[in-house]
Design a protein around this ligand. Structure first.
Ligand code: HEM
Length: 428
């Protein structure tokens, strides 16, 4: 490890994670506000033992994310939490998200169109709508109560990302198992490699098959685009691309979906605004992502001696960007601790910012929008089946949110009775 990251932080070194009492299930740890105010760039010791600068102000976080030349992604996004992810290990062929500059853009250019254009989202919308309606029909048939996270959100987002890449729902265990191990804070590198192997083998066969016989899926189109480029992907790179979409592509969205519903049920006046004015739903989706904060901090490494918000940072130092704290910065958002489903503008950092911002953000927006629209239409009586304080939260995963959201309802209206299917685009 390099000298600057190893240097002792002194006796007062702050330790992450900061305490987060049970009574604030939606916000960042309360101490973050004081840090943002008084020591917005502060030396911390991370759960993996890594020493880094914690950055909590909106402008500072955005500046770092927006300057990939000064702040590299090479160490890995969440090395402060994932014990298996050694920041110094060489970048493997399967890990494009640790690349910078032109090497990274080669991937972004080819994969981006599959997950971000308005046309692609319009094509995906009927699939997502059908998945949401099918899951609601299944819940209606089984009757209340149900776990909105396990019985609805996870199956919907799993089928959506599987459908997008071309992996049938029946084979979901492969990427579910890989994600569980990958996002656990406690596993070893060997465990991760072991959990990824069956997925990689499966994807390798899929890549070879699609090369020979293209299908109507993202992988086939990515292969075609790559073959028309100067430097086509190797099979191993294609396996890495598919895994990079499947592994982070379901539980992030499912968790925000379940956490978002919980947030709305805990803020009935905001839910009532959505019932009265469903056209606010796209703004509500942005607000949920801002309010809950997507990622538990993102790591960058300074490429040279520099400064953040006037604070000196040495080349080689690690930086942990506290996006959740940044998205509650009073300098960037009026009344930031208030959930406001009509908030506008809302330039939150929940999907990141700059070069490496979330690949799947439009897909996630689509899933969240269609789900909210459909729940309001088809299950207006949806409610929590237990007191809020009895909702269990995940432990041992870096994707923070409820482990279960027990819900009940009076009736699930059939699609036709609920006024058909929404057709508007997802987005800001
Ligand atoms: C509400 C759900 C989601 C949230 C809050 C979220 C959040 C984020 C954030 C904050 C980043 C930035 C990482 C960085 O700057 O280093 C990111 C990157 C990424 N996300 Fe998401 N994400 C979500 C859903 C998804 C979905 C559905 C997919 C797949 C379709 C996905 C795939 C990715 C990938 C591949 C990257 C890496 C990008 C890169 O390093 O180049 N995410 N996500």
């Amino acid at each position: 490890m390099n000298e600057s990251t190893d240097r002792p932080g002194g006796p007062d070194l702050l330790e992450l994670p900061l305490p987060k009492p049970g009574e604030c299930p939606f916000g960042p740890p309360p101490e973050m506000a004081g840090l943002r105010e008084r020591t917005p760039v502060v030396r911390v010791k991370c759960p993996t033992g890594l020493t880094a600068w914690l950055v909590t102000r909106y402008d500072d976080v955005r500046e770092v994310l927006g300057d990939a030349e000064r702040f590299s992604s090479r160490a890995g996004q969440a090395i402060h939490l994932m014990a298996h992810a050694d920041p110094e290990r060489p970048v493997g062929d399967l890990e494009f998200s640790r690349l910078d500059g032109a090497d990274y853009q080669r991937f972004r250019r080819t994969i981006g169109p599959e997950l971000s254009t308005a046309q692609r989202m319009a094509e995906l919308r009927p699939m997502v709508q059908a998945l949401v309606d099918e899951r609601l029909d299944a819940l209606a048939a089984a009757g209340p109560p149900a776990d909105f996270y396990g019985d609805f959100a996870v199956p919907v987002t799993t089928a959506a990302i599987g459908g997008l890449v071309g992996v049938p729902y029946a084979d979901r265990e492969l990427f579910h198992n890989a994600a569980a191990v990958m996002f656990s804070g406690a596993t070893s590198r060997a465990d991760v490699l072991e959990a990824m192997r069956p997925l990689h083998e499966y994807l390798f066969t899929m890549v070879v098959t699609r090369r020979a016989t293209p299908a109507d899926d993202s992988l086939s189109r990515i292969i075609a685009r790559s073959e028309a480029s100067e430097r086509p992907y190797t099979d191993v790179e294609l396996v890495g691309i598919c895994a990079a979409l499947l592994v982070p592509g379901f539980d992030t969205s499912a968790t925000v979906m379940a956490h978002g519903l919980l947030t709305l049920l805990a803020h009935p006046e905001e839910l009532a605004r959505l019932h009265a004015e469903p056209s606010l739903i796209p703004r509500a989706v942005e607000e949920i992502v801002r309010f809950l904060g997507g990622a538990p901090g993102i790591v960058r490494q300074a490429t040279r001696d520099t400064e953040i918000g006037g604070h000196p940072v040495a080349g080689g130092d690690y930086v942990v960007l506290a996006m959740q704290a940044a998205d509650r910065d009073t300098a960037a958002f009026p009344d930031p601790d208030r959930l406001d489903v009509g908030r506008r503008p809302n330039n939150h950092l929940g999907f990141g910012y700059g070069t490496h911002q979330c690949f799947g953000q439009q897909t996630a927006r689509l899933e969240l929008t269609v789900t909210l629209e459909t729940l309001l239409r088809r299950v207006p009586s949806l409610r929590l089946a237990v007191p809020l304080e009895d909702v269990p939260f995940k432990t041992g995963s870096i994707v923070y949110g409820p482990a279960e959201v027990p819900v009940a309802w009076d009736a699930v209206l059939p699609v036709a009775a609920a006024g058909g299917r929404g057709t508007g685009p997802a987005g800001r």
